[in-house]
Design a protein around this ligand. Structure first.
Ligand code: TYD
Length: 209
């Protein structure tokens, strides 16, 4: 009990965080850790249905309903998967979490940041990441990596993405101990070296290894 670890991966679309998450999984497993990977939205059965609406529904989705849908997904995910896994002593690597809501729905869509913080607090019920890796990438690289096949969120435009990226940088200032920035403009191996250094420091600090 209490030996688990919760690490979240954040960044704008095309930051390469999912590639890094998978590399971190392999790295930690080789070291003998019990690791699970998961993501938001869409890790649970319920979440898959919510994800389908959020990313592919072609009808109207108001900004407020979008906000509640991401939060509904999170509430189920934390209670049924993340919390139990941490309690079992696992290392949980999660692709996007609370900071995505502040960056996308708050800074991006303009929803009230303080209300979003309260809603996040209700959804996670005390479960807070030990470490958040923010993969920061230029808007240009992001656009090139995402390409032309865009989902509903990715179709929100470059101005939106710019606000989201700035939002992440504000969050970094606000939570310098939890959030660590990684320069994600570099190639995969260089980014991974930087990522590994941060992860090793956290293992040392949090698990004493
Ligand atoms: P996904 O395909 O998982 O994209 P990525 O590989 O970039 O993580 O799509 C998730 C999308 O949902 C992404 O555009 C960010 C957005 N999102 C929010 O707007 N708010 C949230 O709270 C979360 C978790 C994701």
């Amino acid at each position: 009990m209490g030996k688990g670890l919760f690490i979240t991966f954040e960044g704008i679309d095309g930051s390469g965080k999912t590639t890094q998450l998978n590399k971190v999984k392999t790295f930690l497993e080789t070291k003998g850790y019990n690791v699970i990977t998961t993501r938001e939205p869409g890790a649970m059965e319920l979440g898959k249905k919510i994800r389908e609406i959020l990313l592919h529904y072609e009808g109207e989705v108001s900004d407020k309903s979008e906000m509640f849908l991401f939060l509904a997904d999170r509430a189920q995910h934390v209670e049924k998967l993340i919390k139990p896994a941490i309690e079992e002593g696992k290392i949980v690597l999660c692709d996007r979490h609370t900071d995505s809501t502040i960056a996308y729905q708050g800074y991006g869509r303009g929803q009230d940041i303080n209300i979003l913080k309260d809603l996040n607090r209700i959804a996670v019920n005390g479960i807070i990441p030990d470490l958040t890796l923010l993969f920061d990438v230029s808007l240009e690289t992001s656009q090139n990596r995402v390409g032309d096949e865009k989902d509903r969120m990715e179709s929100s435009g470059i101005e939106f993405l710019k606000k989201v990226r700035n939002g992440y940088l504000e969050l970094l200032k606000e939570h310098p101990r939890r959030i660590k920035i990684i320069n994600a403009n570099n190639n995969i191996e260089t980014v991974f070296e930087e990522t590994k250094t941060v992860i090793e420091k956290t293992l040392q600090e949090k698990l004493g290894v």
